[in-house]
Design a protein around this ligand. Structure first.
Ligand code: SAM
Ligand code: SF4
Length: 345
């Protein structure tokens, strides 16, 4: 088992991960690879250049960094990417991190996936203590799915969902609302997801990374989608908060939960509880800002975790108040140059 050289767990009152605005950092998202077996049109260009493998943190290094966060008060880890389930031996990381669930130091270990590899990993994810997963699906039309993802096969993703539900995993479907592409399908997606006992969360396109085409052509404000849904459905506002940008409603007619992630039309920064680690060890304190702290150097400099812990504490002391995304014709370039697949969605 990795992570033997760990720091003693600090008592609750001494946990240092509180940012300058008094927000406790309890949630770490980890992008374990920038690679993917899809090329979603809003996420990547078709000819993406990926990072050389030598720049990536090893699975052992990822485990060490995650473990120091857990020892310092992080209660939730989300493994993401790129497509996390295409990273070789990724289940080794899940198996290793599950020790923090067993010890009670961690409340939740979870994953965001495109579902393409889920059929072969679902049972083991469940065995590692993963209870809930996010699966991204923007359409139920196989041809449209192929054109949005460029390389994806909806049949495989559906088999992944079956396997995940068979293994007892709770599923939240993530759907990016795309103007003129799936806007007429939102009701169908919701009825389908809720009918299978899955939550559905709608996401606004964010200006992350250069893609082929213009963001303004993809951007569909969720305020509009919500207003349209409200004409046919009863949306009962829920108090559920995850410290993130999602706001939830219970849909009277389906009984299911519907989330809205609206970074562009609603500011969510005041309650932000999260930071993001890239597969090269850069820690981003805000999804919408360029500032990052390098954790790869301290993790490689010594086998002890003191320098790493100091680097993390220093990084959290720099967490900014919020982001400033803008999409309009005058801002044709992305607000943030890196792709979502690097920072981790
Ligand atoms: N590959 C996995 C997947 O697709 O679920 C995990 C990584 S992906 C970057 C995480 C989430 O980010 C997905 O739900 C995806 O739809 C969303 N996403 C990617 N690029 C985005 C963008 N520019 N704006 C909004 N959401 C985006
Ligand atoms: Fe891959 Fe996920 Fe980005 Fe689609 S959204 S290209 S599946 S990383």
């Amino acid at each position: 088992m990795w992570g033997e050289k760990t720091l003693p767990t600090l008592p609750e009152s001494n946990r240092p991960l509180v940012d300058p605005f008094g927000r406790g950092i309890t949630y770490l998202r980890v992008s374990v690879t920038d690679r993917c077996d899809f090329r979603c049109v809003y996420c990547m260009s078709e000819d993406m250049a990926f990072l050389p493998k030598r720049d990536l943190l090893s699975l052992e290094e990822l485990d060490r960094i995650c473990s120091v966060f857990v020892e310092n008060g992080v209660r939730k880890l989300r493994i993401t990417g790129g497509e996390p389930l295409v990273r070789r031996d990724i289940m080794t990381l899940f198996r290793s991190l599950s020790r923090h669930l067993d010890s009670g130091a961690l409340d939740e270990l979870t994953v965001t996936t495109n579902g393409s590899q889920l059929a072969r990993h679902a049972a083991e994810l469940a065995a590692c203590g993963v209870k809930r997963i996010n699966v991204s699906i923007d359409t139920l039309d196989a041809a449209k799915f192929h054109s949005i993802t460029r390389w994806g096969d909806l049949t495989k993703v559906m088999a992944g969902l079956d396997a995940a539900q068979g293994a007892g995993l709770k599923i939240k479907i993530n759907t990016v609302a795309l103007k003129g592409v799936n806007e007429d399908e939102i009701e169908t997606l919701m009825e389908w997801a809720h009918g299978r006992g899955m939550d559905l969360t709608l996401i606004e396109v964010m200006p992350l990374g250069e893609i082929d085409g213009q963001r303004i052509d993809q951007f569909l404000p969720l305020s509009m989608v919500r207003a349209r849904l409200a004409e046919r459905y009863t949306l009962n506002e829920l108090d559920d908060r995850t410290g993130g940008p999602a706001r939830y409603a219970r849909v009277g007619e389906t009984g299911g939960r519907l989330g809205f992630i609206t970074p562009m039309t609603h500011n969510f920064c005041e309650s932000c509880n999260r930071v993001r680690l890239t597969c090269t060890g850069q820690l981003f304190m805000c999804l919408g800002q360029e500032d990052a702290a390098d954790l790869r150097a301290p993790v490689r400099a010594s086998s002890g975790n003191e320098a790493l812990q100091q680097a993390i504490i220093e990084a959290i002391s720099r967490k900014p108040k919020g982001h400033d995304f803008i999409i309009d014709r005058r801002h044709a370039r992305p607000a943030v140059s890196r792709h979502m697949s690097l920072t981790g969605g």
